[in-house]
Design a protein around this ligand. Structure first.
Ligand code: NDP
Ligand code: GDR
Length: 378
């Protein structure tokens, strides 16, 4: 039975990957951070009481900024594969916490590599590093492939650049099986709520039920190559099953603006919106409602009206330096790994909006039933 150690197991990708590896028969060890309230929502369905027999998922407290902790965890678990998914992963937040981001996202990678070297596991343990399309940053060429030059545009991307190169260096210097997955944006119903896609799908669902009036966003013109996280975690695993460690771009090859993603999300619920105005004055207004679609979904859109402004720009979401255009070329992954995504953009939007609509309906039921959130301070 193979053993995998996953940092960032409580995040979007960590949860999907843990589920995938458990299904493949792996023993999975996950590193979770201590926090003052539970942060394991995404993996609670996979977790069993350690007193039960045959438990395959084990959680350990740890942090990528803590070398001795990582050394001990790797020594105790002796993993065949390490997936380093842990990171301060929010680009905008990295401008507020640049030093911490460099420590966790950059030096954290070195700590894992050094732990493996110190413990004499260089021939046993294979490492996957969660590299990112943010490395391309300021556009040098499109579509972006494994040979496109990097030009990072945020403290997050600069930290990940260090992570990328230290993986390459340890592979070349010590013959370690270490590889970078250069993954373009991937989303899902369990995407963090402050990334733009999830922020949009949550808001669209709530607006349709009259639980929210407007969605406030930043740069509507940014273009991203969005895929589904469920497809992307398969590529991570495939990268560690090859004869030779190499780096791969994982993307769909299709790019879309934030503006278009918003339109598609509203349309999923039968609401057509149109954008007008420029820069921070741009706004999205309801221009039509597809009654057949609304009936099909059993929705009551009485809270909405034509001409209603449902999207506004708030410059506080602009970034000091922005990545305007990402579009990946996944040819190498398709040819060498045999990787093929199952979801296209429309299927992703449908999956996310429908999941958030279900959550919003739960809120609506509670509100209608007269239930309020408990306030322990009253
Ligand atoms: P999430 O933000 O959903 O999850 C990040 C995970 O890292 C969480 O489990 C978080 O723990 C953990 N973490 C944060 N800081 C530390 C630390 N100091 N030590 C240990 N763990 C830490 O990210 P995703 O699942 O979306 O992404 C996974 C990885 O892939 C990240 O490294 C990200 O940068 C990278 N990436 C993501 C892409 C995407 O589009 N999703 C694209 C390309 C790369 P907690 O739950 O306690 O916060
Ligand atoms: P990104 O994802 O920065 O690409 O990093 P995010 O969803 O945060 O932003 C995508 C684009 O949308 C624009 N945008 C907004 N973004 C957010 N978060 N909130 C808004 O209100 C908003 N309005 C417009 C952004 O300016 C940006 O251009 C993600 C993370 O998962 C990284 O960890 C990962 O490495 C990259 O994807 C690939």
């Amino acid at each position: 039975m193979k053993k995998a150690l996953i940092t960032g197991i409580t995040g979007q990708d960590g949860a999907y990957l843990a589920e995938f590896l458990l299904k493949k028969g792996y023993e999975v060890h996950g590193v979770k951070r201590r926090s003052s309230s539970f942060n394991t929502d995404r993996i609670d369905h996979l977790y069993h009481d350690p007193h039960e027999k045959g438990v395959k998922l084990h959680l350990h407290y740890g942090d990528l900024t803590d070398s001795t902790n990582l050394i001990r965890l790797i020594q105790e678990t002796q993993p065949d594969e390490i997936y380093n998914l842990g990171a301060q992963s929010h680009v905008k937040v990295s401008f507020d916490t640049p030093e911490y981001t460099a420590n966790a996202d950059g030096v954290g990678v070195l700590r894992i590599l050094e732990a493996i070297r110190l413990l004499g596991l260089t021939k046993k343990t294979r490492i996957y590093q969660a590299s990112t399309s943010e490395l391309y940053g300021l556009v040098q060429a499109v579509p972006q492939s494994e040979s496109t030059p990097f030009y990072p545009r945020s403290p997050y991307a600069v930290a990940k650049l260090y992570g990328y190169w230290i993986i390459v260096n340890y592979r070349e210097a010590y013959g370690m099986y270490a590889c970078n997955g250069i993954l373009f944006n991937h989303e899902s119903p369990i995407r963090g709520e402050t990334f733009v896609t999830r922020k949009i799908t949550r808001a669209v669902a709530k607006i349709s039920l009259g639980l929210q009036t407007c969605l406030y966003v930043g740069n509507l013109s940014a273009q991203r190559d969005w895929g589904h996280a469920k497809d992307y975690i398969v590529a991570m695993w495939l990268m560690l099953q090859q004869e030779k460690a190499e780096d791969f771009v994982i993307a769909t090859g299709v790019t879309t603006t934030v503006r278009e993603f918003i339109k598609m999300s509203f349309l999923e619920l039968g609401i057509e919106i149109e954008f007008s105005g420029k820069n921070e004055y741009e706004k999205g207004v309801i221009i039509d409602i597809d009654q057949a679609r609304v009936n099909e979904l059993g929705l009551n859109l009485s809270a909405l009206h034509f001409g209603q402004t449902v999207v506004k720009v708030d410059p506080k979401y602009f970034r000091p330096t922005e990545v305007e255009l990402l579009i990946g070329d996944p040819t190498k992954a398709k040819e060498q790994l045999g990787w093929e995504p199952k979801y296209d953009l429309q299927a992703l939007v449908t999956d996310m909006v429908q999941a958030d609509l279900n959550l919003a309906k739960q809120d609506e039921h509670l509100k209608k039933g007269g239930y309020k959130t408990l306030n322990y301070f009253e």
